[in-house]
Design a protein around this ligand. Structure first.
Ligand SMILES: [Ca+2]
Length: 220
């Protein structure tokens, strides 16, 4: 109902209140109109400044890598091969604290449905925690070398801090020409980027990379 009261009639209401002591001025302010005319102290800018910026508690802390490969190389490492990732924030370099994965299509060594000679003689490629290392993509011969996502697989890395304003580097093996990926920065590890989730910065990907390393300046 207070939205129908203009500044003139509000002033009148206050005068009446001071006479009759029956109009609850404090209640008027709680209802909102005081914010428009500066409050009971007559419009001090000091009070308005103090209220201007409520603290932003949102944390875009997850880097989400979505496989965008065109075909499965059938080498036991379907999809992009992520060696690691780092975030550079205000001069400090951080790695992920946790990582989860939803495997896509195709064979990834270490997975229950993986088979054949290749997986018998090569390391497992299904450990998402590999992506919580800096990842130099040189040590391909052991399990910590990289994690493979499978076609359209989703890898989520938690950096445990807001990444806005940081530089994020994702390192991919870069060996397979048909493998590609997109990178999102989101508030939740289980955000579904393909649906243009509002939980991700800009509601879309920040990088669309045809293999290899990508460096992203995350918007503030
Ligand atoms: Ca691969």
């Amino acid at each position: 109902m207070w939205s129908k009261i203009g500044p003139g009639s509000l002033g009148l209401a206050m005068v009446m209140g001071s006479v009759s002591c029956e109009v609850p001025v404090a209640t008027l302010c709680e209802a909102g109109p005081c914010d428009d005319w500066g409050g009971l102290d007559g419009g001090s800018t000091r009070r308005m400044t103090a209220d201007a910026e409520p603290e932003d508690l949102t944390q875009y802390r997850w880097v989400i890598v979505v496989d965008n490969s065109v075909e499965d190389g059938m080498m036991g490492s379907a999809g992009v091969d992520i060696c690691g990732a780092v975030a550079q924030c205000e001069g400090a370099t951080a790695t992920g604290s946790e990582a989860t994965i939803i495997f896509g299509e195709g064979m990834v060594c270490g997975q229950p449905d993986a088979f054949g000679e290749i997986c018998a003689t090569t390391p497992e490629r299904n450990n998402p925690r590999t992506a919580t290392e800096e990842g130099n993509c040189r040590d391909r011969e052991d399990e910590s070398g990289y994690v493979s996502l499978g076609l359209e697989g989703i890898l989520s890395i938690d950096f445990n801090q807001d990444l806005r304003g940081c530089t994020v580097i994702v390192r991919e093996d870069g060996n397979a020409g048909t493998e590609a990926y997109k990178v999102y920065v989101c508030t939740n590890g289980d955000a579904v980027p393909a649906r243009e989730s509002t939980e991700c910065i800009g509601g879309t990907y920040l990088a669309d990379q045809a293999g290899g390393e990508v460096q992203i300046s995350v918007p503030r």
